[in-house]
Design a protein around this ligand. Structure first.
Ligand SMILES: [Fe+2]
Length: 184
């Protein structure tokens, strides 16, 4: 088991608004991901729950590199790059499996076609969640706002509506995950 707070604190100063926001959001996502993981394990789908919890705590670690002052991020990269930034940060720590969760959690994942046709400032490779654990973190993340961490868990309809900007393929993937995991 890894100490996810220790890893977060390598990059984020404890007690700062940015660190508090990241830890609060990541904890919300981890708690929901755990509930959803337990739900599907009851249907005899094997899930590495410990890994899901760790990856959920680390999935947004890349936000520090982005330009998103509304959530205290004073980096230079577009916000949509936070998954790929996080992947690189965790790769550098040898956390290759967790790193993939970072870059595969944006939207309902992003296909190469999404990236190319929407001219997204991302590497030209598929950034889609593949494993059940990657899908759990990606899906659970859609029910929480980082900008409004005190908001209640979003409903399925609200979470879905936030993804409309990513296009029909994203909505289809979200609906598939909703069928698999159910409402929050
Ligand atoms: Fe997130």
């Amino acid at each position: 088991m890894i100490d996810t707070l220790e890893i977060i604190h390598k990059f984020y100063t404890p007690g700062t608004p940015l660190c508090d926001l990241l830890v609060k959001h990541s904890t919300q996502v981890a708690q929901l991901a755990q509930v959803l993981a337990c739900r599907i394990m009851e249907r005899h789908v094997p899930v590495d729950v410990e890994f899901v919890m760790e990856a959920a705590m680390l999935h947004d670690i890349g936000i520090i590199g982005t330009d998103a002052p509304g959530i205290y991020c004073t980096g230079t990269e577009p916000y949509i790059c936070h998954g790929v930034i996080g992947r690189n940060m965790l790769d550098d720590l040898g956390l290759y499996r967790h790193a993939l969760v970072c870059e595969r959690h944006t939207g309902a994942g992003l296909s190469l076609k999404d990236i190319e046709t929407q001219h997204l400032p991302l590497p030209h490779r598929p950034l889609l969640p593949v494993s059940i654990e990657e899908k759990l973190v990606c899906y659970a993340d859609k029910f929480y706002s980082k900008a409004h961490p005190d908001d209640p868990t979003r409903t399925l309809d609200v979470a879905r509506s936030k993804l409309l900007k990513f296009g029909d393929d994203t909505i289809t993937r979200f609906d598939q995950m909703a069928t698999l995991f159910g409402p929050p």
